[in-house]
Design a protein around this ligand. Structure first.
Ligand SMILES: C[S@@+](CC[C@H](N)C(=O)[O-])C[C@H]1O[C@@H](n2cnc3c(N)ncnc32)[C@H](O)[C@@H]1O
Length: 405
């Protein structure tokens, strides 16, 4: 047995034990996903293997160069001005992965916005101990130049943050519940034990049952969707991210004055829960390929579901976070200066073949950040709390109409 198979086997047995200890013998999909991704010893994000990045299972925007973090820094520096240059100016990055965005943001602020940099207190909220280690190594050069802290969300005191909470591809990584429309109404899809061909290796399967919590049907009331026949076919499945609601509620409590900036893939509820999306958005990522078997490669594949931005907006509103803006990543990055970077590349004098190759590669990476079929189509949601009417009304660079190339 390889160490990887041993890890997966240990995780399978742990999940099986939790199922057997439950009455009836099943756990919610959210409980399963929590274990598969975040169980501290064997979960996907606990592993020391490079899960993120070109050598792992998927790449995110910061893997395509420093531009993504540097352009976000432009927006963060503007937030600092809009908030009247507070000190400390707290930047709380949640789900910071390998620390790439943090490094690029800090370096861009230090180089281009030194006044803002001098006020910054950078906090990382990260669930994976392995990734915290990697972030701490990467951010070592800033340890003595800026206040840098790792905290859990509960550790941050209420109403203590003036600044900005932000994340890239965090909310899609939260554990989700699954539901299915049946002849008798909406049911939940739980995880149960399958009849295993090998008695020693437990395997899992979907099991239907009544909703585990009224919050699931409450969610559809929140986002204004009614999943009922005849508009929706029997067998229609989807996901509900209750963890996202808890998260936004906690962030709202911690924020005294400032912003919540969320970048992720997803849709408004009307599209997310459109009748034609009958199998939901749950996906597994394993070695740059995606598929829809959540029980494959347990502990070695990422599991994600798209984000319902309407849920974030509406629950945020109820928790005191006002929606200020929403756009797409392509427009956001272009407005922040990605177009200027592309134009500058076009003006690079053609010196020799290696230079041309470098320029072409960089141009390709910049285009990938704004690809309308990929990262460019990600949603960017800006919510705020505690701003004056004047501050709320300010035009923000990332949300203006970008110049065309
Ligand atoms: C898909 S990765 C994105 C990483 C990084 N933001 C990037 O763009 O490369 C999701 C990240 O969120 C972290 N994460 C997931 N749930 C979390 C939670 N509840 N609190 C803090 N971090 C969390 C994961 O450990 C991981 O670092």
């Amino acid at each position: 047995m390889t160490p990887a198979t041993r890890q997966s086997s240990a995780l399978r047995h742990l999940i099986a034990q939790q199922i057997q200890a439950s009455l009836p013998p099943r756990i919610t999909f959210a409980e399963y996903m929590e274990l598969a991704l975040y169980q501290p010893e064997w979960g996907y994000y606990a592993s020391q293997d490079p899960a993120l990045g070109p050598a792992g299972d998927f790449v995110t925007s910061p893997h395509l160069g420093h531009d993504f973090g540097e352009l976000i820094a432009v927006q963060l520096a503007e937030f600092w001005h809009c908030l009247d240059r507070p000190k400390p100016f707290s930047l709380v990055e949640m789900g910071a992965g390998q620390g790439l965005v943090a490094a690029d943001v800090l370096s861009a602020l230090q180089q281009n916005y030194s006044d803002c940099f001098a006020a910054v207190e950078y906090m990382i909220v990260e669930k994976s101990a392995a990734l915290i280690q990697e972030q701490q190594q990467r951010l070592q050069p800033w340890q003595n130049q800026v206040t840098l802290q790792w905290r859990s969300l509960p550790e941050i005191p209420p109403n203590s943050i003036t600044g900005c909470f932000f994340s890239n591809e965090l909310v899609d990584a939260f554990p989700v519940h699954r539901v299915v429309l049946t002849e008798t109404g909406l049911q939940e899809i739980y995880v149960g034990l399958a009849d295993s061909p090998s008695l020693s290796e437990p395997t899992f399967q979907d099991v239907q049952g009544p909703l585990s919590t009224p919050k699931l049907s409450g969610y559809f009331d929140l986002v204004g969707v009614a999943i009922q026949p005849p508009r929706y076919p029997i067998g229609y499945q989807s996901e509900i991210n209750l963890a996202a609601l808890d998260w936004i509620e906690t962030v709202a409590r911690k924020l005294q004055r400032g912003y919540l900036l969320t970048i992720d893939y997803g849709y408004p509820a009307s599209r997310y829960y459109g009748p034609s999306r009958s199998q939901g958005t749950l996906q597994g990522y394993y070695r740059h390929a995606h598929h829809n078997d959540p029980y494959a490669h347990i502990g070695h594949q990422d599991l994600t579901a798209h984000v319902d931005f309407t849920g974030l907006e509406r629950w945020g509103q109820q928790c005191g976070l006002e929606k200020l803006e929403a756009t797409q990543q392509a427009l956001f990055l272009m407005a922040l200066g990605l177009g200027d970077r592309l134009s500058a590349l076009a003006e690079t004098p053609e010196i020799d073949r290696p230079t041309v190759q470098t320029v072409l590669r960089r141009r390709d990476l910049l285009h990938r950040l704004i690809d309308p079929m990929g990262l460019g189509n990600f949603g960017v949601l800006l919510q705020a709390k505690g701003l004056s009417a004047d501050e709320r009304g300010r035009s923000l660079k990332g949300f203006t109409v970008p110049p065309l190339l």
